[in-house]
Design a protein around this ligand. Structure first.
Ligand code: ADP
Length: 598
C-alpha cells in the first residue's frame, strides 16, 4: 500500500508546486505584458496619426483655396478647379482647414475650408468656431513674444526646417494672386506662358502639432505648416494681380484635428484590435479595476504635440490596466480541480485500504474460528469418548458390583454416545445445508412442534420437564417448511435456552422457557423466549456466524460448538425464511424465526 500511497503523495506535491510556480510566473509576467500592450496601442495610434499627417503633407499648397490652378493646364484660357478642401469629405479625425496668407499676426480671419461640412446648415457657426480656434492659436504665439519681427522668427523656428520644391512660375503666381481678380490674370496669359519653364523655389515645412486649452477650457488640436515663397523679380511690369509676388510671401496652412477622435474614438477603436481581453483601456478619470497593473500612455507627448502649458494635455492621458484577478481565478479553479482529483484519489485509496484490511481480517477471523471449531470438536469428541471408554472399562473389568450403579453406567454410556451422534449429525447437516440440498414444501407448522413435545418435555429423571411451555396459535396458515429443519431449529433454540438461560425451578417466580407460534403480517413466526442473561447488542449479529461463540473459547464453561445458531440461520434460509434475535422486554432473549406463507 505504501508503494502506492507514497508516489501518489510525491506526484501530488510536485503538481501542486508546479501550479503555484506557474501562477507566480504568470503574475511576474504581468508588468511586461502590460508594457507590451501599451507599446502596441501607442504604435497603432502613432501610425494612424502619422498617416493622416503624411497625406496632408502631400497636399500641394494651392489646394488651400476654393478654386485652384493646377500645373500643366495653361492654354488658351486659365482653367480653375474646385479644391478638394471645399468639395470632398474630410479624412477621418480632421475637422477642417485654414490658411493665413502673410496675415497670421493681424486680426484678419484666415480662409476657412470645411470640405463637405460647408453644405451643413450649421456651417456658419462651425466656421466661426474654427476662426476662434485660430485666434486662440495666434494669442498663444503673441503671449510668448511681443516683438512682431521676433514673433515671425519664433513661428518659423517652431516649424523646423523646410524642404525646397520647384513649381512652374505661372502655377505659383496664379494660385497666390487674389482670387477675385481673374480678369487681370487672363490679361497676363501671354506673359505667363513665357514663364512656364521658370520655376519658383518654394520652401515648405513639416506639419507642426499643437495642443492647447482655450480660455473656455476647450481642447484644440491644431497642425500647421509654413510655405515660404521668395520675392520674385521676373515680371518687371507685373500687373496688379501679381504685385504680391514681388515681396517674400509666407503661407500658414493648417488643419484642426478632432480632439474627441484623437483622445477617445481612435484609442478605443485601436484598443479593440491590439489589446488582449484581460487588458483594459482606461481614460482620464476612469477607475482602475482592483488588483490590476497599470501602465500609462501620455498620448500627446507620444504624438509629438507641443503643449503651451504642461498640465493642458492631462485629460489626454491613457492607461492600460491588466487585470490580475483572472490569474487568481484561474489558479483557484486549478487548485480546486487538483484538490478534487486528489480527494477522489485519497477516497479511492482509503476505500481500497479499508476493504483490503477488512477482507484480511475476515480471513483471519475465519481461520481463527475454524481453529476454534477444530479444538471444540476435538474437545467435544474427546469428552464423551473418554467417558464411554472409562465406564465401558469399569463394566467389562467387573469393578462395578452394585446393580444400580452398573445400570447408571450403561445410561451414561448411552447419553454420551447420543451427544457424539448429535455433534456428527450437526457437522454433516451443515455440509448438507451449505450445499443447498434441501428444498422447502408447504406444510402445517403446529403438528411438527407437537411431535417434538414428548422429547423436549422429558426431564432428566424421566418425569415432565417443568422449565418449558408451548403456546401454539391455532388455525395457522400453511407455510413453506422442511420438517427436519423445523425440528432441528426448535431443539437447538430450546437447548440453547436451557444451556445459557436455565430456569431456577426452586424459585416460585421463575418463568419457564416458552416456545410460541403465531402469525404476524405475511409471516408465521416461531418464537423461543427465555429470561436468561440476554445477548449483548454488539454480539447479536455475529452469533449466527459459524463457530461464533460469545466470549472467549477458553473461558467458556458451557459445552458447545458455535455451530447451533449457525445451523438455525442456514435452515431458516433454506426454507426461504430468516432468524433474528431480540432483547426480550422484561429481560432475557427472544429468538424469532420468520417463515413464508405457502
Ligand atoms: P454453542 O454451541 O456455543 O451453543 P450456538 O451457535 O448455539 O453455539 O450459540 C452461539 C452463542 O450464542 C453461544 O455461545 C451463547 O453464548 C449465545 N447464546 C445462544 N443462545 C443463547 C440464549 N438463549 N441466551 C444467551 N446466550 C445465548
Amino acid at each position: 500500500m505504501g508503494l502506492l500511497v507514497l508516489p501518489t503523495l510525491v506526484l501530488g506535491a510536485l503538481h501542486w508546486r508546479a501550479l503555484r510556480k506557474n501562477h507566480e510566473d504568470a503574475l511576474a509576467a504581468v508588468p511586461g505584458e502590460a508594457a507590451d500592450a501599451a507599446r502596441r496601442l501607442s504604435d497603432a495610434i502613432s501610425r494612424q496619426l502619422d498617416s493622416l499627417i503624411e497625406a496632408e503633407s502631400r497636399r500641394p499648397f494651392y489646394e488651400y483655396s476654393r478654386n485652384y490652378f493646377p500645373p500643366g493646364t495653361i492654354g488658351a484660357d486659365l482653367a480653375f478647379f474646385p479644391s478638394p478642401l471645399v468639395r470632398d469629405p474630410q479624412p477621418e479625425g480632421l475637422l477642417g482647414w485654414f490658411e493665413f496668407q502673410n496675415n497670421f499676426f493681424s486680426s484678419q480671419p484666415p480662409e476657412i475650408y470645411g470640405g463637405m461640412r460647408e453644405q451643413e446648415p450649421s456651417w456658419p457657426a462651425i466656421r466661426s468656431d474654427w476662426i476662434e480656434a485660430t485666434r486662440a492659436l495666434r494669442k498663444l504665439e503673441e503671449r510668448e513674444v511681443s516683438d512682431p519681427v521676433l514673433r515671425f522668427q519664433q513661428l518659423r523656428l517652431r516649424h523646423g526646417p523646410a524642404t525646397e520644391q520647384g513649381l512652374p512660375y505661372p502655377v505659383v503666381a496664379v494660385n497666390l494672386s487674389p482670387e477675385n481678380d481673374v480678369g487681370c490674370l487672363r490679361d497676363s496669359l501671354a506673359e505667363l506662358r513665357v514663364l512656364e519653364e521658370e520655376a519658383v523655389a518654394l520652401r515648405t515645412t513639416r506639419f507642426h502639432l499643437r495642443f492647447f486649452l482655450e480660455e473656455s477650457r476647450r481642447s484644440r488640436a491644431v497642425a500647421t505648416r509654413m510655405v515660404l515663397v521668395p520675392g520674385q523679380q521676373m515680371l518687371p511690369n507685373m500687373p496688379s494681380c501679381f504685385s504680391g509676388m514681388r515681396n517674400p510671401t509666407y503661407l500658414l496652412q493648417g488643419f484642426l484635428i478632432d480632439p474627441d477622435w484623437l483622445g477617445r474614438e481612435l484609442p478605443l477603436q485601436l484598443a479593440k484590435e491590439v489589446l488582449d481581453p484581460e487588458q483594459k483601456l482606461l481614460f482620464w478619470g476612469d477607475d482602475a479595476p482592483p488588483q490590476s497593473h497599470i501602465v500609462s500612455i501620455d498620448l500627446l507627448s507620444l504624438l509629438d504635440f507641443e503643449l503651451p502649458r504642461d498640465g493642458d494635455g492631462r485629460t489626454f492621458q491613457l492607461a492600460i490596466a491588466m487585470d490580475r484577478r483572472n490569474l487568481d481565478l484561474k489558479l483557484r479553479s486549478q487548485e480546486l480541480h487538483f484538490l478534487g482529483v486528489a480527494g477522489m484519489l485519497v477516497l479511492t485509496l482509503g476505500t481500497g485500504l479499508v476493504l483490503l484490511l477488512r477482507s484480511v481480517n475476515r480471513d483471519l477471523e475465519a481461520a481463527r474460528r475454524t481453529g476454534n471449531f477444530v479444538s471444540a470438536v476435538t474437545h467435544e469428541l474427546r469428552t464423551p469418548l473418554s467417558a464411554i471408554r472409562l465406564h465401558g472399562e469399569m463394566l467389562s473389568e467387573g469393578w462395578v458390583k452394585d446393580e444400580d450403579q452398573r445400570r447408571e453406567y450403561y445410561r451414561r454410556i448411552l447419553r454420551e454416545s447420543t451427544r457424539l451422534e448429535t455433534l456428527v449429525e450437526r457437522v454433516l447437516h451443515k455440509g448438507q445445508l451449505t450445499r443447498n440440498e434441501l428444498s422447502p414444501e408447504p406444510g402445517d407448522l403446529n403438528p411438527i412442534l407437537e411431535s417434538l413435545r414428548p422429547t423436549l418435555m422429558l426431564s432428566e429423571d424421566g418425569g415432565d420437564a417443568r422449565d418449558l411451555v408451548f403456546e401454539l396459535e391455532s388455525d395457522l396458515p400453511a407455510v413453506m417448511l422442511h420438517a427436519d429443519c423445523i425440528r432441528s431449529i426448535v431443539i437447538n433454540l430450546v437447548e440453547n435456552a436451557r444451556k445459557y438461560a436455565p430456569v431456577n425451578l426452586n424459585d416460585p417466580a421463575g418463568e419457564p422457557i416458552c416456545v410460541r407460534t403465531h402469525r404476524a403480517g405475511d409471516d408465521v413466526l416461531i418464537d423461543v423466549l427465555d429470561r436468561g442473561p440476554g445477548i449483548p447488542a454488539q454480539e447479536r449479529e455475529r452469533i449466527f456466524e459459524a463457530f461464533y461463540r460469545v466470549g472467549n473459547e477458553s473461558t467458556r464453561s458451557t459445552k458447545g460448538t458455535g455451530l447451533g445458531l449457525h445451523l438455525v440461520a442456514l435452515q431458516a434460509e433454506a426454507m426461504g425464511g430468516r432468524v433474528e434475535v431480540q432483547e426480550r422486554s422484561g429481560g432475557g432473549t427472544l429468538f424469532r424465526v420468520h417463515l413464508r406463507l405457502a
